[in-house]
Design a protein around this ligand. Structure first.
Ligand code: ADP
Ligand code: MG
Length: 602
């Protein structure tokens, strides 16, 4: 094929695709512009998950009439003037890409009036063609309306999720910015309904209540590294003095008794910018050390303040990632700030011998403090060992350790149960070697197949003695709304009960021994979990979540009989070697490998 230069139209659509991936990206860029313009009141409205309409109205500085065409031109920005400025960016935007990118893939209407001008401006364009540019009366500030997003980019349109799912993404984004800017009042209206509003009081706690619900928010612990006598003093503007001073860390974290099955409610901001950073999220989780079970994550909202030149924000098209000049300094500062709060409240747990007190199935029904106490009892007597991953002495020819292999697919031979280790793995002997079975994954597989086999009969439902009223966070409400039908088909009986509150009347019988409230919320979380490795129908996904919620957890002591029953049930499943999510249920150390390791065979 000959090499050709892309047409301007096509090139601009490709460029736009980097910045505008989905409706939430539009909301992000418009909200950032409003914040950069100094707005104190930002009203967002979306319809059809944002694909049909997104409108963002602000009371910020507005755009001077003569500057409007430049604002829509590629690289038109009022925020960056010289190359040097790139190393000390203080605004959320700086590339001048958002408006032209949105204009390339949607119909866009803007009404704006600059604070110093009498008259405002009306601008309208469709697929990057300007249709209207004329004076227009308007209050101070800017209203941008984006309609029919991606109508001219079918490839993108195909990848959009359901309007409910896209709305949930948008809500998550608005929550993030409301948390980062407590002084700004945000409201979000979705399909005509007010789904979120922050008061703009300047108090982060007020926003926490709106996003996580009062119950969680009130339990959260304040983090403020400036309280730390050992931390570097910050200068008057709250920024650390020297560029390489550790960041100032502010925000809130949950106590160890409140945790989630995923990282969705972990909000991290760097100089007021919402970012994603695995390493820092890890620093926070690490600070909880043994206080949380494996696979459980704290909720947090942390704002890091650094000198602008200590962080490069120009590393990613959507600006969701940053690069720190001294990553380890940041990591340590975050970990220290969080740990200081936790250790102040919860002295380091001591390790006691395993105890049969933690009977199977009790985990979810125990009170949060009881389950914490139980956790402390579970680690094995050798202390630190529970922290290191299970190490098996498999070694390659060159001496480097080999990880044990997950067992490949297929059916199972007869297994003889030998015992349990770490209250988490069942050791079995099989004809070909030693099997380590993950009790939670195995139970998930058993429950999942049982459910799927019996689903023709409608799922057994357990009526609650008294209906339970649940006040949902905005995010849970959005998931509930989009999954409602599936939840009911799976055996939950739910009724809306005022704004963001539902009545839970019945649960699937599989969950009857679980604490209904906590389990229901966990299932909402899991159903929403983005990283589901398996393409599954909404129904299967929900069933997987229910089975995961109902399955025995790692960390629960099992009797020999219980283990035998579980292994027998597992042998009878069609795919015993993986859990419904596709992770292995077991690993095998075969006889040959053992013989080699012990030098019994050359
Ligand atoms: P950037 O934010 O990177 O500068 P954008 O394409 O998002 O690029 O916006 C271009 C310019 O339009 C901004 O630099 C700003 O001057 C102006 N602008 C956009 N939205 C607003 C708004 N809501 N209020 C005031 N000015 C705005
Ligand atoms: Mg911008």
């Amino acid at each position: 094929m000959p090499i050709r230069i892309l047409s301007d139209d096509l090139a601009s659509k490709i460029a736009a695709g980097e910045v505008i991936e989905r409706p939430a990206s539009v909301v992000k860029e418009l909200a950032e512009n409003a914040l950069d313009a100094g707005a104190r009141d930002i009203r967002l409205e979306v319809r059809g998950g944002g694909q049909r309409l997104i409108r963002v109205a602000d009371d910020g500085a507005g755009i001077p009439h003569d500057d409007v065409p430049t604002a829509f031109a590629r690289h038109g920005t009022s925020k960056l003037f010289a190359a040097d400025d790139l190393f000390a960016i203080q605004t959320l935007g700086f590339r001048g890409e958002a408006l032209p990118s949105i204009a390339a893939v949607a119909r866009i209407t803007m009404i704006s009036r600059h604070a110093d001008e009498m008259n405002g401006t009306l601008w309208k364009s469709e697929n990057a063609q300007t249709l209207i540019y004329q004076p227009h009366g308007a209050p101070r500030g800017t209203v941008v309306t984006v309609e029919d997003l991606f109508r001219n980019v079918p490839a993108r349109l195909k990848f959009l999720k359901s309007p409910g799912a896209e709305s949930a993404h948008i809500a998550e984004l608005v929550h993030a910015y409301a948390l980062a800017y407590p002084r700004v009042r945000f409201s979000l209206v979705s399909d005509g309904k007010l789904v979120f509003q922050s008061p703009g009081s300047g108090k982060l706690m007020d926003v926490l209540v709106k996003v996580f619900g009062g119950e969680t928010a009130r339990e959260m612990l304040a983090v403020n590294s400036a309280d730390d006598p050992a931390a570097m003093p910050a200068s008057e503007d709250g920024l650390p003095d020297a560029p390489l001073a550790p960041p100032v860390v502010n925000g809130y974290i949950t106590p160890p008794s409140i945790h989630r099955g995923n990282r969705r409610l972990q909000y991290l901001f760097v100089n007021g910018r919402w970012i994603q950073d695995r390493s820092i999220a890890h620093a926070v989780t690490e600070a909880y050390h043994t206080m949380l079970m494996v696979g459980r994550y704290p909720v947090f909202v942390l704002d890091l303040r650094l000198a602008p030149d200590a962080v490069d924000v120009n590393v990613h098209p959507t600006k969701m990632q940053v690069r720190f000049r001294e990553p380890s300094l940041v990591y340590r500062a975050v970990q220290r700030a969080v740990r200081r709060v936790l250790h102040g409240k919860f002295p380091v747990p001591t390790v006691a011998p395993a105890s049969p007190l933690t009977a199977p199935n009790n985990f979810l029904s125990a009170s949060p403090t009881a389950s914490l106490a139980a956790l402390d009892l579970i680690p094995p007597t050798d202390g630190g060992a529970s922290q290191t991953p299970l190490h098996l002495p498999a070694v390659a020819a060159d001496g480097t350790p080999l990880p044990p292999r997950p067992v490949s697919a297929g059916t199972l031979p007869m297994l003889r149960v030998m015992g349990q280790i770490f209250s988490t793995y069942i050791i079995c002997e099989g004809p070909d070697g030693l099997y380590l079975v993950d009790q939670h994954a195995a139970h998930e597989r058993v429950l999942y197949e049982k459910w799927m086999n019996e689903r023709e009969i409608s799922p057994a439902t357990q009526e609650l003695l008294e209906p339970l009223s649940l006040e949902l966070s905005a995010m849970h409400w959005a998931i509930y709304e989009s999954e409602r039908e599936n939840l009911e088909r799976a055996g939950f009986r739910l009724e809306p009960f005022g704004s963001q509150t539902i009545l839970l009347r019945a649960i699937p019988s599989l969950l009857e021994h679980k604490e209904p409230r906590k389990t229901f919320l966990e299932i909402l979380d899991m159903t929403d979990e983005g990283g589901n490795p398996i393409r599954a129908t909404a129904e299967a996904r929900l069933v997987m979540s229910i089975c995961k919620g109902a399955a025995i957890k790692g960390g629960q002591v099992m009797s020999l009989q219980e283990m035998r029953a579980l292994i027998r049930d597992l042998e009878n499943t069609t795919a015993p070697r993986t859990c419904p999510h596709g992770r292995p249920t077991m690993i095998l150390m075969n006889t040959a490998m053992l013989e080699r390791e012990f030098g019994r065979r050359g």
